[in-house]
Design a protein around this ligand. Structure first.
Ligand SMILES: [Zn+2]
Length: 258
């Protein structure tokens, strides 16, 4: 699932290859990912427009054009790729925005993500909905206050975009494991030392994964064990635990996390 580092990677990709460029051709291969418009309207609105600026807001990407903005959410399997104009189609390419030389393609296997057209700032806010501060920039004081005000376990709190924006299942597990905090602990009951450790782990995990443009699967990361049948803790080498919390899987170490 694309989380903050992945979306940041897409932001940099679009900024590097498309800002300043005009969309010459729009090809909609599957209108199911065009969320608040239809294929014809989308083509008409986007063709001939120039990309001005690209922002990330939590797990959302906002590409401002000279006119409308494109607002992306990547769902479970969405991604953006830049390929030369003649490149073969991928079976999951859903639409194509072609510049003079390169094409920006939205690829999505499960089609839970998609793109919205927004006329201006208020429309963008409405599409994205209420969000907390970005996980990358939230201050320790703000973070602590938000956790104190929260009912329920810490993991769903970290994943709730209204608390902080940008984390999904994988990063929340990584941050909790890195800080040594069990995912089921009540958020409001964490002491100040634990909240500080969590905030530091958040910064550290995001810094390293932003640099990589995605969540690394290197052996020292919990994420390297996600798809293993018998996941082993990279720190203590004990067996990791797979639980369910608020309907999502949670991977944690019963030995390292308290
Ligand atoms: Zn461990």
């Amino acid at each position: 699932m694309p989380e903050l580092p992945d979306v940041e990677g897409y932001r940099r990709l679009v900024a590097a290859h498309f800002v300043g460029l005009t969309v010459r051709r729009v090809e909609v291969l599957d209108a199911g990912v065009i969320r608040n418009s239809n294929a014809r309207q989308f083509r008409k609105t986007v063709r001939g427009r120039t990309f001005c600026r690209v922002d990330r807001r939590g797990k959302w990407l906002v590409a401002h054009m000279d006119g409308p903005a494109l607002v992306w959410h990547f769902g479970m399997t969405g991604s953006l790729v830049v390929v030369p104009r003649a490149a073969a189609l991928d079976r999951y390419d859903r639409f194509i925005l072609a510049g003079d030389e390169d094409e920006l393609r939205y690829r999505d296997m499960r089609k839970l993500g998609g793109v919205w057209l927004a006329g201006g700032g208020a429309a963008i806010d409405e599409i994205i909905g209420p969000q907390g501060p970005d996980a990358w920039t939230v201050s320790l004081g703000d973070f602590a206050g938000r956790l104190r005000a929260r009912r329920g376990a810490i993991k769903p709190a970290l994943m709730d975009q209204r608390v902080i924006a940008g984390l999904g299942n994988m990063l929340s597990d990584e941050v909790l494991w890195s800080a040594g905090v069990r995912p089921a602990r009540p958020a409001a009951a964490l002491d100040s030392g634990e909240v500080e450790r969590l905030h530091r782990a958040l910064r550290d995990v995001l810094r390293r994964s932003r640099r990589a443009g995605r969540i690394p699967r290197t052996p020292s990361w919990l994420s390297s064990q996600r798809d293993q049948e018998q996941p082993i803790c990279p720190r203590c080498h004990g067996q990791l635990e797979r639980g369910t919390l608020a309907g999502r899987t949670a991977l944690s170490c019963p030995n390292c996390q308290r």
